[in-house]
Design a protein around this ligand. Structure first.
Ligand SMILES: [Zn+2]
Length: 361
């Protein structure tokens, strides 16, 4: 596909010359063709974590130039999060969002959708199906707006479905509480399940349980985003068998809260790098840092925010934290991951320019 589109671009620019074309023009077109092929082959897949003060908005741009936005964070009177998402889309050179995946219908995942849709076109909407919290007026109002905006462009996802982002391979692992039934490559028995303990307190916000979770593959590289999937639902994917297998990069589930991120889930998928999209006072309790640090093979934790409610030293190294201030003074710096076609991926903190490169398994 990449080669085809590169060829097309060259032909559009240079034109297809008939047999009588001058040798000079033919050689120029060959040089342009080679350059286009090289740039297509060397282009990266990029992931941006937009800082939404504890909301979720993860923008994925594939080498094809197509984009998948996962969640649209919060609604505020000044459209703060919509503006931050739009700024990231501009940084990525996007003219539209090809796919918006809403993992579930809570305000911190769908709040900025309406404002954003006025800033940049959204072509396709994907989700888990009806909200299960329509008895809550706020949720019902946002869901109604979603249904109206997505009319004719909506797809309800089932486990095992592919999300059609050209240039990446994305499989839905769970949707509306239903997990895949067959393990992905690398999955198998999970020895840590003997210690599994169910959470007995019912989830107060049950649409979290319905979250769409997915595995993105780009060459050797694997990335998991589970939205706000909760503890007991994580079990469906990792116990007794780990249906996901090992991954390279993990967006800590539920902003790094301890209602999610069970040890069996984290230690089962064995991420090398974790990105926590926490807020200054949301996500990142000590127990989740402990689970991550005990995870076999974990090299680094990156954070959207310094977690202010725990001792500073429990947080990751300051140079790997995108924002240090409380919300009122926060500039909304991004974390960005660039994945090269060979599987090497570089995480960059846009606050200070600090970056580090990791190898995919
Ligand atoms: Zn959330």
């Amino acid at each position: 596909m990449l080669i085809k589109s590169a060829l097309l671009r060259v032909f559009l620019r240079v034109g297809v010359y008939p047999l009588r074309a001058s040798p000079r023009r033919v050689s120029i077109s060959l040089v342009l063709l080679a350059a286009a092929l090289l740039s297509a082959a060397s282009r990266s897949l990029d992931i941006y974590w937009i800082d939404a003060e504890g909301g979720a908005a993860t923008l994925i741009v594939s080498p094809s130039g197509q984009s998948l936005l996962v969640d649209t964070a919060n609604r505020t009177p000044d459209d703060r999060d919509a503006k931050r998402i739009f700024a990231a889309a501009q940084q990525a050179g996007l003219k539209k969002i090809d796919i918006l995946l809403t993992t579930h219908f809570h305000g911190d995942h769908i709040g900025a959708m309406q404002a954003l849709s006025k800033m940049i076109p959204i072509e396709m909407y994907m989700d888990h199906g009806d909200s299960v919290e329509l008895n809550r007026p706020n949720v019902a109002a946002q869901y109604k707006a979603y249904v109206e905006l997505s009319q004719g462009k909506r797809k309800v996802l089932q486990p095992g479905d592919r999300i059609p982002l050209k240039g990446a391979d994305i499989t839905v692992l769970i949707s509306a509480g239903k997990p895949i039934t067959k393990a992905m490559k690398g999955g198998g028995p999970n020895a840590t399940c003997k210690d599994w303990q169910d959470r007995t307190i019912p989830e107060p916000d049950p649409d979290n349980d319905q979250s769409v979770g997915f595995l993105l593959k780009f060459g050797k590289f694997k990335f998991v985003d589970m939205g706000d999937l909760t503890w007991n639902y994580e079990k469906k994917l990792v116990c007794p068998d780990n249906l996901i297998g090992p991954v390279d990069l993990y967006q800590t589930t539920h902003h790094g809260l301890d209602r999610s991120n069970s040890p069996q889930f984290v230690w089962g998928i064995k991420p090398r790098v974790a990105v926590m999209n926490n807020g200054p006072r949301k996500g990142g309790p000590v127990s989740v840092f402990e689970t991550l640090r005990q995870s076999p093979g974990l090299e680094d934790i990156w954070q959207g925010h310094l977690a202010l409610g725990i001792p500073k030293e429990v947080n990751t190294d300051e140079k790997m934290i995108a924002n240090l201030e409380p919300t009122a003074e926060c500039k909304g710096n991004l974390l960005k991951v660039s994945v090269a076609p060979d599987g090497k991926y570089t995480v960059t903190n846009q606050r200070n320019g600090f970056s580090k490169t990791y190898a995919s398994r």
